[in-house]
Write a protein that binds this ligand. Structure first.
Ligand SMILES: Nc1ncnc2c1ncn2[C@@H]1O[C@H](COP(=O)(O)OP(=O)(O)OP(=O)(O)O)[C@@H](O)[C@H]1O
Length: 456
């Protein structure tokens, strides 16, 4: 790809990210070269490199691929005055890890040139009810003691921490058991290497490499489903390692039995050890994660000013996955530091309007009305209808309050969905519940219970 082609591609990116984001994030990056599947860019600061990787990495990769380029990953190097600042790379690569230098944000290894993310450690993994079992199992494996369950199979939806836990295991093993040879790679990378070995007639080397590891970790194993010869090779590798009593750790986006087009014999092997599920996050875990990110950020930028209630608001409103939550916070920090202002609710809603709109789809006004009606044992038609007796009016106000809190609908919109009421009625209802929440323990409890039920 030439610089001119990159220029044309930037237009597509402009259309995708919008003028403001483009000016702030995309414009400063400069295409350097594309070699061996890696598109390299120069950036003025490490911060921009990190931000673009996290927020636009996939998008850039997508546009590059769409334009016909063969690109596996992108990488950023800081060109300003600090030649020592490390380049940043995307996470989906492989690495054989055998040193404990964590100085760079993403560490490359000489052997494969692939990264383990230094942020993905156990001490930065926030534990809550939804992930406590997965965390405990990962920590056990990371001790590097005798193999008790093989494989450890971690599964869960997008962005819930599977990769984080796998990297954490690798880091931990490196520091406590540097004698062990740990190989972490994505299933895609496994296939890529297998195909390359076939093409270069280096299957013996391939087999030897994979059979000589002490701990093999394969991320996103669902990727090999339907790819027959890769599955076959994976099956042999798996068996050879289990026979030698070597630990295997696998992750996927769903349980082994539910991965379509995965051979039955592989499914049953994968179920032989310990299968642990990372559940969707709950409000408390999301708040804990946000808090820990703020603490980490504050350690670097003590001038950060964050109004009360912002984290709670984000934890309520963004329940899709942790990656989205993290991305939202990073964007907020970046925006606030650019404009040099305190992070207020207004700034948050402004800066994250697209994310908030996207995640709002999760809880609808109708769902809230239904749940609240059920909870107070009234009919939905009475909740929306004209009757003003307390038995209906209070649940109606509770529902309005939750609509205001859990969706991004405006007051007039909410009013319309409550039988065409005026926005001042909604405003009054929301205010009333806010007051009651502080005075009436029962209302506070009802609100909490309903919120949990709606977010579950
Ligand atoms: N419990 C947690 N504590 C702190 N950070 C977390 C937690 N769970 C997820 N994250 C963060 O969320 C982001 C996404 O996590 P990760 O990449 O591990 O997800 P994943 O389950 O592997 O997703 P995918 O299915 O897309 O590969 C990472 O930046 C990770 O650090």
């Amino acid at each position: 790809m030439t610089k001119e082609q990159w220029g044309a591609l930037r237009q597509d990116l402009l259309n995708s990210v919008g003028q403001n984001n483009f000016k702030t994030w995309i414009e400063p990056i400069e295409f350097a070269e594309l070699t061996e599947g890696v598109a390299r860019f120069n950036v003025p600061t490490n911060f921009i490199g990190n931000y673009v990787t996290q927020n636009y990495g996939d998008l850039i990769l997508h546009h590059l691929t769409k334009s016909g380029e063969r690109v596996q990953r992108i990488s950023f190097s800081v060109v300003a005055n600090s030649p020592k600042t490390p380049p940043v790379a995307l996470k989906s690569d492989a690495s054989i890890t055998n040193s404990s230098d964590k100085s760079s944000s993403v560490r490359d290894t000489a052997m494969t040139g692939a990264p383990l993310d230094s942020r993905f450690t156990f001490d930065r993994f926030v534990v809550g009810k939804p992930n406590e079992l997965a965390n405990a199992a990962a920590r056990r494996v990371a001790e590097g003691g005798p193999v008790t369950f093989n494989p450890l199979f971690l599964y869960g939806g997008v962005g819930l921490g599977k990769t984080h836990l796998m990297h954490a295991i690798a880091w931990e093993l490196q520091s406590h058991r540097p004698d062990l040879n740990v190989l972490y790679l994505s299933a895609e990378q496994f296939m890529y290497r297998f195909v390359q070995a076939l093409r270069d007639r280096k299957m013996m080397d391939f087999k030897q490499l994979f059979r000589s590891v002490d701990i093999l970790m394969v991320d996103d194993v669902q990727f090999i489903a339907g790819k027959d010869s890769t599955q076959e090779e994976f099956f042999h590798t798996f068996n050879a390692l289990v026979d030698q009593n070597k630990q295997i750790i696998i992750s996927a986006d769903r349980a082994p039995g539910e991965i379509k087009d995965l051979e039955e014999r592989i499914k049953s092997r994968l179920q032989c050890g310990l299968v642990v599920d990372l559940h969707p996050t709950d409000y408390e875990l999301r708040l804990g994660i946000l808090q820990s990110k703020v603490d980490a950020y504050r350690a670097q930028y003590p001038e950060l000013q964050l109004q009360d209630g912002i984290l709670e608001f984000l934890a309520h409103r963004i329940s899709t996955n942790v990656r989205v939550l993290e991305g939202a916070l990073t964007r907020l920090f970046a925006f606030a530091s650019l404009v040099g202002r305190e992070i207020t609710m207004e700034l948050t809603q402004d800066c994250l309007s697209d994310v908030l709109r996207a995640s709002e789809r999760k809880i609808s006004v109708e769902e809230i009305q239904r749940k609240v009606a059920e909870h107070y044992n009234i009919r939905l038609s009475d909740m929306i209808g004209p009757k003003r007796v307390r038995t209906f009016a209070r649940p109606r106000q509770v529902a309005m309050f939750l609509c205001k809190q859990l969706t991004s609908r405006s007051l007039p919109e909410i009013g319309r969905r409550f039988g065409g009421r005026d926005h001042t009625t909604v405003m009054h209802g929301v205010k009333r519940i806010e007051e009651l929440r502080g005075q009436d323990g029962q209302i506070a409890e009802d609100l909490e219970m309903l919120r949990r039920a709606l977010e579950a």
